[in-house]
Design a protein around this ligand. Structure first.
Ligand code: GLS
Length: 829
C-alpha cells in the first residue's frame, strides 16, 4: 500500500508545472476575473477595497501553485521536517510581502496602473493579521519567512483566532480596547481546508483496559471539538518554495451530542455545540504573564493535539515504524506555551500506538527542542493540577509519571538534596499545586535555547541554574534575527535601492552578510547625499501620518526619536517620558540664545498596554498629558514635540521605523531576553540609544559601541543596586521631574500618584532613578552627534552595514544545524 501511494505521488509530481503567467496583461486579466467572479463586482465598477481583494486573490493563486509544488516535492523527497509549534504568529500584512517574495512587484504595479489603480494605495487597504502580542509572535513570523527562503522543509502550526490582538483606541489620553474583527471582510490569504479536520478531546475519566494480557490506561473523554485547518502559504524569496502555516479553528463536533437532540431540547443543543467555537475565539492579550486559565489550557491542547494528529498522519503515510519518527520529525516548542505537546506525544505513543514507556520517552527526547523567550519567572507558565486533571486527566497521569522518572534520576545524582529536587520538580507544591510547563520541557527537550547570549547566561545562572548544572550540553543560544525582506525591502524601498546600487547586486536580500560591504562607502559624500535624502522622504511620510492621526505638525529638521513596543514597566517608557519632562523643563528655563543651541526633537512613543495592566495604562496617559502641555507651549515651539501613536502594530512599525533617526531601547539590564525592534531599526540606519541588555550587547559588538549610545547599570550591577534601594546619582534631577508629575504639573494629580510611587526610593525596582543621570548623558551625546550631520549619517550607514548578523536567516540556519537537524529541500522548478 505504501508503495502504491509513493508511485501515485511520483506520477502526480511529474504532472505539476507552473502555469500562471506574470506579464502585465495576464495579471490584469486575472485581477479582472477575480473582480467579476470572486468578489462578484462588475469589472466596470469596483472600488479600491474590491480591487485589493481581487489583487490579493490573484497573488494567492500564484502562491497556491508554488505551495502545491513545494509540498509535492517534500512528499516525494520525504526529508526530515521541522514542525514549528507556536501559540502566536504576528504576520501583519501579506500582500506586499508576498508580491516582493514572488518577485513580481513591478509587473503588478504596471498592470494596476493601466487599470487606473495605484499598487501602494491598494496595499494600504489590507488590515494586519495580528495573531500575537509582540516580539515573540513577530519573531515567529520572521522565522517562517526565513524557513521558506532558505528552502527548509518546515511547517508552522498555530491557532486561527477569530479576534486577534485588541485594537487600541485612545480617548482623552486613556487606552480603551476594542475587539479586532480581522476576519469580518474575509481573508484572501488563507485556504479553508474543510476536509482536513481532527477531533480534539477534553475532560472525562481514565480507565484500565486489558489487551492481549497487557493492561493499558485509556482515556474516556467527555467532550470533543473539531479542529479545522486553515492554510496560509508562506513564500520564500528568490526560490519557488512556499511553505505552510497551518492554523486551527475550533468547530462544533457532531460526535457525543446525539443524546441532547433526542431529548427534544433542540435549541439548547445547538447553543451548546456552538460553545465549542470559543476555544479559538480570542488571543490572550497579556504579554509574558499568564494565570492558569481553563480556556488558555484548552487553546494550548487544542492546537497541539490537532497538529500532532496531522504530523503523525503525514508520517504514517510513508512509514510504519515509530523508530523512524526522529529521523523524519523535529518539533520546535516556541516558548513554554505548547509544552503540553510532550505529554500528548507520550499519550499517543503509549496509549494508542502501544509502545513501551521507555521507548516512547526515548523518541520524545529526540524530537523536541524548546526556545525560552522570557527572563521573568512569571512568564514561565504554570497550570494548576486540579485544572489539568479535570481538562486532561490522562495527561496529568503522564506528567506525574515523567516527573517520577525525573525525580528517581535526580535522587541518584543529588541524593537527599530535597531543596534542589523540589526546585527541579515538574510539580510545584504550595497553596495551589501546579505543573511547571518549563520544567516539563527541560526534562524532555534535547535542546533548550535562549534568544541572545546574555539571555542564555541568565537562564544558566538564574532561571534554570539547577538544570544547567545537570545537563549543560542541552543549553544553547541563538540570537534572534528579523527578516530583511520585510524590514528593508518591503518597508523601506528607497533604502533597498540604495543598498543594491552601492553593493552592485541584490544578492544581499538572500545573503545579508553582503550588507557589510556598505562599510567601505561609509564616508562617501555621494552615498551620504542619497542616504540623507532617503531618510528625509521617510520622515516626510511619517510626519504626514502623525499629522493625520494626532493633528500635531512636526518639523522635518528635528531629530525623530522613537520608542515603539509593548508598554511595560521593565521597558521603561516612563524613563523616556521623565527624560522628555526634563528636556521640557530645561527649555522652559532657557533664554533665547541658549534655545538656539537646542537640537529640536520629535519624541514618538507607541505601544499597547495589556488590558488589565494598570501601571502601563497610566504610562500611556502620562505620555498624553505631557504631550498636551508641551505641544501647545509657545516657549517650546518646534524644539520639542511629543506624539503618541495609537494602535501600534506591524504595519505602523513598517512606516515608523524607516523614518526614525534615533530609537530607544531602555529595559533595565537583565530584563529583555533579546529585543527584536532594535534589529529592525538597526537595519534601517536608525541610531540606537540602549541599555546593555539582550541583543543590544551583541549589536554593540557588531557595529562598535561608539556607533550607538549606551547607558545605564550593567546586568551584574543590578542586584546590588536593588539591595541598596536608593536612586543615588540621578537623585536631584530625577526627584525634580517626578515631583512635577506628582504635583500635578501635567494635571491628573491623583491619577498619577500611584505611578510616581513605583519609582520612589526603595520601591524603584526597575532602577529608573539610578539610571536617570546616565540616560540624560546618553541623550545629550545623541544631541551633539545629530548636530554633525555628516558624522550622524556615517554612523547610520555603519548601523545598516553592521546589521547582517541580526537577520533571521542566520538564526534559522543555526537552529537547522544545531537544534533541528534539517537540510534544505529546494523545489527544482
Ligand atoms: C519576548 C521577549 O520579551 C523579547 O525580549 C524577545 O525579543 C522576544 C522574542 O524572542 O520574546 N518574550 C515574550 O514573551 N515576549 C517577547 O517579546
Amino acid at each position: 500500500k505504501l508503495g502504491e501511494r509513493k508511485a501515485k505521488a511520483e506520477k502526480m509530481f511529474g504532472l505539476m508545472d507552473g502555469f500562471l503567467k506574470n506579464d502585465a496583461v495576464s495579471l490584469q486579466k486575472d485581477i479582472l476575473d477575480h473582480v467579476e467572479y470572486t468578489v462578484a463586482r462588475s469589472r466596470f465598477n469596483f472600488d479600491d477595497f474590491e480591487a485589493y481583494q481581487a489583487l490579493a486573490h490573484s497573488v494567492r493563486d500564484r502562491l497556491i501553485e508554488r505551495w502545491h509544488d513545494t509540498h509535492q516535492y517534500f512528499k516525494k523527497k520525504d526529508p526530515k521536517r521541522l514542525y514549528f509549534l507556536s501559540l502566536e504568529f504576528l504576520m501583519g500584512r501579506s500582500l506586499t510581502n508576498s508580491v516582493t517574495n514572488l518577485g513580481i512587484q513591478d509587473q503588478y504595479a504596471d498592470a494596476l496602473s493601466q487599470l487606473g489603480f495605484d499598487y501602494e494605495v491598494l496595499a494600504e487597504q489590507e488590515g494586519d493579521a495580528a495573531l500575537g502580542n509582540g516580539g515573540l509572535a513577530r519573531l515567529a513570523a520572521c522565522q517562517m519567512d526565513s524557513l521558506a527562503t532558505l528552502d527548509y522543509p518546515a511547517w508552522g502550526y498555530g491557532l486561527r483566532y477569530q479576534y486577534g490582538l485588541f485594537r487600541q483606541i485612545i480617548v482623552d489620553g486613556f487606552q480603551h480596547e476594542q475587539p479586532d474583527f480581522w476576519l469580518n471582510f474575509g481573508n484572501p490569504w488563507e485556504i479553508e481546508r474543510v476536509h482536513v479536520s481532527y477531533p480534539v478531546k477534553f475532560y472525562g475519566t481514565v480507565e484500565e483496559e486489558v489487551l492481549n494480557g497487557k493492561t493499558f490506561r485509556v482515556w474516556i473523554p467527555a467532550e470533543s471539538v473539531e479542529a479545522v485547518a486553515y492554510d496560509n502559504p508562506i513564500p520564500g524569496y528568490g526560490t519557488r518554495n512556499a511553505i505552510n502555516l497551518r492554523l486551527w479553528a475550533a468547530k462544533p463536533s457532531d460526535q457525543y451530542d446525539m443524546e441532547s437532540y433526542t431529548t427534544g431540547d433542540y435549541i439548547n443543543a445547538i447553543v451548546n455545540r456552538q460553545k465549542a467555537e470559543t476555544i479559538s475565539n480570542v488571543l490572550y492579550p497579556d504579554d509574558r504573564s499568564y494565570q492558569g486559565k481553563e480556556l488558555r489550557l484548552k487553546q494550548q491542547y487544542f492546537f497541539v493535539s490537532a497538529s500532532l494528529q496531522d504530523i503523525i498522519r503525514r508520517f504514517k503515510d510513508l512509514h510504519n515504524n515509530f523508530d523512524e519518527f526522529p529521523e523524519k520529525v523535529a518539533l520546535q516548542i516556541n516558548d513554554t506555551h505548547p509544552s503540553i505537546a510532550i505529554a500528548e506525544v507520550m499519550r499517543v505513543l503509549v496509549d494508542e500506538e502501544h509502545l513501551d514507556w521507555s521507548k516512547a520517552w526515548g523518541i520524545a527526547c529526540k524530537i523536541f527542542s524548546v526556545t525560552i523567550h522570557a527572563v521573568q519567572p512569571e512568564a514561565l507558565e504554570k497550570v494548576p493540577i486540579d485544572l489539568l486533571g479535570s481538562v486532561l486527566p490522562r495527561h496529568l497521569e503522564i506528567i506525574y509519571e515523567i516527573n517520577y522518572c525525573l525525580m528517581e534520576e535526580l535522587k541518584k545524582i543529588f541524593g537527599q538534596d530535597y531543596d534542589k529536587l523540589s526546585r527541579m520538580s515538574i510539580i510545584e507544591e504550595g497553596a495551589v499545586k501546579c505543573i511547571r510547563m518549563a520544567n516539563l520541557s527541560l526534562a524532555c527537550c534535547h535542546t533548550v535555547n535562549g534568544v541572545s547570549r546574555l539571555h542564555l547566561e541568565t537562564l544558566k545562572t538564574r532561571v534554570f541554574k539547577d538544570f544547567y548544572e545537570l545537563w549543560p550540553q542541552k543549553f544553547q543560544f541563538k540570537t534572534n534575527g528579523v527578516t530583511q525582506r520585510r524590514w528593508i525591502v518591503v518597508s523601506n524601498p528607497s533604502l533597498c535601492s540604495i543598498i543594491s546600487k552601492w553593493l552592485g547586486t541584490e544578492a544581499w536580500i538572500r545573503n545579508v552578510d553582503l550588507i557589510a560591504g556598505l562599510r567601505e562607502y561609509a564616508e562617501d559624500p555621494d552615498l551620504h547625499a542619497e542616504w540623507k535624502n532617503m531618510k528625509k522622504v521617510n520622515k516626510m511620510r511619517l510626519a504626514e501620518y502623525i499629522e493625520t492621526l494626532t493633528s500635531v505638525k512636526v518639523s522635518l529638521d528635528a531629530m525623530f526619536d522613537v520608542q515603539i513596543k509593548r508598554i511595560h514597566e521593565y521597558k521603561r517608557q516612563l524613563l523616556n517620558i521623565l527624560g522628555i519632562i526634563h528636556r521640557y523643563d530645561c527649555i522652559k528655563n532657557m533664554d533665547e540664545s541658549d534655545k538656539r543651541r537646542v537640537v529640536p526633537r520629535v519624541c514618538i512613543i507607541g505601544g499597547k498596554a495589556a488590558p488589565g495592566y494598570e501601571v502601563a495604562k497610566k504610562i500611556i496617559k502620562l505620555c498624553h498629558a505631557v504631550a498636551d502641555k508641551v505641544n501647545i507651549d509657545p516657549d517650546v515651539g518646534d524644539l520639542l514635540k511629543v506624539v503618541f501613536i495609537p494602535d501600534y502594530n506591524v504595519s505602523v512599525a513598517e512606516l515608523v521605523i524607516p523614518g526614525t533617526d534615533l530609537s530607544q531601547h531602555l529595559s533595565t539590564a537583565g530584563h529583555e531576553a533579546s529585543g527584536t525592534g532594535c534589529m529592525k531599526f538597526l537595519m534601517n540606519g536608525s541610531l540606537l540609544l540602549a541599555t546593555a541588555d539582550g541583543s543590544a550587547v551583541e549589536i554593540a559588538e557588531e557595529i562598535g559601541a561608539t556607533n550607538m549610545f549606551l547607558f545605564g547599570a550593567k546586568v551584574d550591577e543590578v542586584p546590588a543596586l536593588r539591595e541598596k534601594g536608593t536612586s543615588l546619582k540621578g537623585s536631584l534631577q530625577f526627584a525634580r521631574v517626578v515631583r512635577m508629575v506628582r504635583d500635578g504639573h501635567f494635571g491628573f494629580k491623583d491619577y498619577f500618584k500611584s505611578l510616581c510611587e513605583t519609582v520612589e526610593e526603595g520601591k524603584d525596582f526597575y532602577l529608573l532613578g539610578y539610571d536617570f543621570a546616565s540616560y540624560l548623558e546618553a541623550q545629550a551625546t545623541a544631541d551633539r552627534a545629530f548636530v554633525d550631520q555628516e558624522k550622524w549619517t556615517q554612523m547610520s550607514i555603519l548601523s545598516t552595514a553592521g546589521s547582517g548578523k541580526f537577520s533571521s536567516d542566520r538564526t534559522i540556519e543555526e537552529y537547522a544545524e544545531q537544534s533541528w537537524g534539517i537540510e534544505p529541500c529546494k523545489c527544482p522548478f
